[in-house]
Every structure is written in C-alpha cells, then in structure tokens.
Design a protein around this ligand. Structure first.
Ligand code: MG
Length: 162
C-alpha cells in the first residue's frame, strides 16, 4: 500500500466558468488558471502522482504548454490513473476536501462523485467533502478555492501488472 497527498489553490477570476470535480457550477465566477482550473481534480492528480512516486502535476502538464490551455482537467486525471496502473498499482481510495466560503458546494457533490467515478472507471472508494474556513484566510474572504486530496493505492498482483 502507498498513500499520496495533493494540495492546490486557484483564485477566482471574472469571465471564467467554475469547474470543480469535472462539473460546471452555474451562477458563480470561475477560477483563474491555464487549464480549466479544476482545483479539486488538480489536488487529486497530485495525490495519485504522489502515491506512485511520479512527481507532480506541474512536471507532467507544464502551465506554459499551449497544449494544456483551457483543457479539461479530467484529461490530467486519466493520465495519472494510467500512470498508477503502469507502475503496478490499483487505486483503492480517494478522500478530498474542498475549502470554499462560496459557493455552497454540498448540493453539487453527488454530481462530482458521478463524474469522478466515471473517469476512474474501476471500483474505488471516493469521498468528497466541502468546508468553509468560517470567514478566515483567503478562502474565507472569497478570494479563491483550495483543495486537499489523499489517495491510497495497493500493489497489483504480479499477474495483473502491465
Ligand atoms: Mg492547479
């Protein structure tokens, strides 16, 4: 078994769609970023890469590469999931905490879970939690969203290793 941890922050920006957990959330400004700025998925990707010792998201998807401009971050997730398997591991469990004062995220979590389950495609425990910081700090002031993720992987039986 191995565990990886991921953390990411993006600031709010006018004129952007808010994409979180692979879904679009209407009625609120989005996040600034080179890709679609899906802070939840970015934290998850870093957790997956960490679990299998594969560096970080910036190494795999540089934010100066025009190929990744406004790209859907689920592409990064698919790439990281493939790396997990190539390195001989199965994703067992994912736990994510998103920190946002606004918008209220709880009603959107079921749709995010559906999206991530579809992207992962294999049995895996996935949990998403949303919290505020009670008005404290940059998230509390509504300047952006932070996300933390932990991923646990287990070694595949040798016969299943690609
Ligand atoms: Mg990011």
């Amino acid at each position: 078994m191995a565990t990886g941890f991921g953390y990411d922050v993006h600031a709010f920006a006018d004129g952007r769609k808010l994409i979180l957990g692979g879904i679009e959330i209407d009625g609120h400004p989005g996040l600034a970023g080179h890709s679609d700025a899906d802070v939840l998925v970015h934290a998850l990707v870093d957790a997956l890469l960490g679990a299998v010792g594969a560096g970080d998201i910036g190494h795999h998807f540089p934010d100066h590469d025009p190929a990744f401009k406004n790209i859907c971050s689920l592409n990064f997730l698919t790439h990281a999931l493939n790396l997990v398997r190539e390195r001989g591991f199965h994703l067992e469990a994912v736990d994510i905490t998103v920190v946002a004062q606004r918008p209220r995220l709880a009603p959107h979590i079921p749709r995010m879970l559906d999206k991530l389950r579809a992207c992962i495609g294999l049995p895996c425990q996935i949990n998403i939690k949303a919290t505020t910081t009670e008005g404290l700090g940059f998230t509390g002031r509504g300047e952006g969203i932070a996300a933390y993720a932990v991923a646990t992987v287990s070694a595949l039986p040798l016969s299943d290793t690609p």
